[in-house]
Design a protein around this ligand. Structure first.
Ligand SMILES: O=P(O)(O)OC[C@H]1O[C@H](O[C@H]2O[C@H](CO)[C@@H](O)[C@H](O)[C@H]2O)[C@H](O)[C@@H](O)[C@@H]1O
Length: 251
C-alpha cells in the first residue's frame, strides 16, 4: 500500500516502531453529535484502533475531557491507556485502577444552580463530572453568552481554584492545575509509551496542552481541521496506517 500523498502530516510521522498514539475522542475519533450520549463510533474504527495498537507495541491511548467510564462505554478495552477529565483521571494499562489527581470538588451550589438553569432554558444540558461541570448549549445556542457569564461569576469567587474553558457549544468549569499535557507527560514515562515519540491528535482548545507536551517530548501534534479537514478524514488516515505496511507511513 502506498503513502497517502494528500496528507502532508505523514512526512512528520515517526515509524511504527517509534510512535505512540495519543488520541482525543470527541471531534477527533468521533464526529461531534447533538448530545454527549449520541456520538456514534464509526464502523471499522475499533478494528482500526486495535490494528494500530498492535503495530505500535500497545502504545495507543485516548486522552479525553470525558470521564474514563464513558470512553470505556464507547471504545471498550481497545485503547491500552485512557486519560479522562482532561488528564485528571488516568488508567495507565488495561485492568489497572484509575489514578486521580487530588483536586477540590465542585461546590454543590453550582450543581443546584446549573440544574435550575437547565430547567429554565430548554435545550441547555448539564454534565456532571467528579471534578468539574459542563454547561452545554448546543440545544439552546442563544443561552450560550448568559451561561458563560454565570460560569465566569462562579469561578471568580474561587480565587483561581477553578477556571472556565470555552468548549464546543459548551462552557466547561474545571479545576486549575491539571490538563491534557500532564496526561501526555505521565503516560510517556512508562511502558509501552516510554522511549517512543508521541503523536497527539486533537481538535479543541484543550488539546493544545497535549500537543504542546507531545512536541516538547520530541513528538508531533496534529489538529483537526488544520491537518485533517474532519474526523472522517482522520479516521481514513488511521485506517490507512493500520492496514498498510511501513511504506504507508511517512518519514
Ligand atoms: O476531549 P474530548 O474527548 O474532545 O471531549 C471534550 C468534551 O466532549 C463532549 O462534549 C462535546 O461533544 C459532544 C458530542 O459530540 C457535543 O454534543 C458537545 O456539544 C461538545 O461540547 C463531552 O460531553 C465533554 O464532557 C468533553 O469534555
Amino acid at each position: 500500500m502506498s503513502k497517502i500523498s494528500s496528507f502532508p502530516s505523514l512526512d512528520r510521522l515517526p515509524p511504527p516502531a517509534r510512535a505512540a498514539f495519543l488520541l482525543d475522542f470527541d471531534g477527533t475519533l468521533v464526529d461531534i453529535a447533538p448530545t454527549p450520549e449520541s456520538v456514534v463510533v464509526a464502523p471499522g474504527l475499533l478494528d482500526t484502533l486495535r490494528r494500530l495498537r498492535d503495530k505500535c507495541g500497545d502504545a495507543l491511548a485516548v486522552i479525553s475531557g470525558r470521564p474514563i467510564e464513558q470512553i470505556d462505554h464507547f471504545l471498550g478495552d481497545v485503547p491500552y491507556a485512557v486519560a479522562g477529565e482532561h488528564g485528571i483521571a488516568i488508567r495507565h494499562a488495561p485492568g489497572q485502577a484509575i489514578e486521580r489527581s487530588a483536586l477540590p470538588p465542585v461546590p454543590a451550589a453550582w450543581f443546584e444552580q446549573a440544574d435550575r438553569l437547565a430547567q429554565a432554558h430548554p435545550g441547555v444540558r448539564i454534565e456532571r463530572k467528579k471534578a468539574g461541570l459542563v454547561l452545554h448549549y448546543r440545544g439552546a445556542p442563544d443561552a450560550g453568552p448568559m451561561l458563560g457569564r454565570i460560569a465566569d461569576e462562579w469561578v471568580a469567587t474561587t480565587g483561581g481554584v477553578f477556571h472556565v474553558q470555552a468548549a464546543k457549544m459548551a462552557w466547561e468549569i474545571r479545576p486549575a492545575g491539571v490538563d491534557k499535557g500532564h496526561a501526555v507527560e505521565a503516560l510517556m514515562q512508562a511502558a509501552p509509551f516510554a522511549g517512543r515519540a508521541p503523536v497527539f491528535v486533537g481538535d479543541d482548545v484543550t488539546d493544545e496542552d497535549g500537543i504542546r507536551m507531545a512536541v516538547q517530548l520530541g513528538g508531533i501534534g496534529l489538529r483537526i481541521p488544520v491537518d485533517f479537514p474532519d474526523p472522517a478524514t482522520f479516521r481514513a488516515w488511521l485506517a490507512h496506517l493500520a492496514q498498510g505496511g511501513n511504506d504507508a507511513w511517512g518519514g
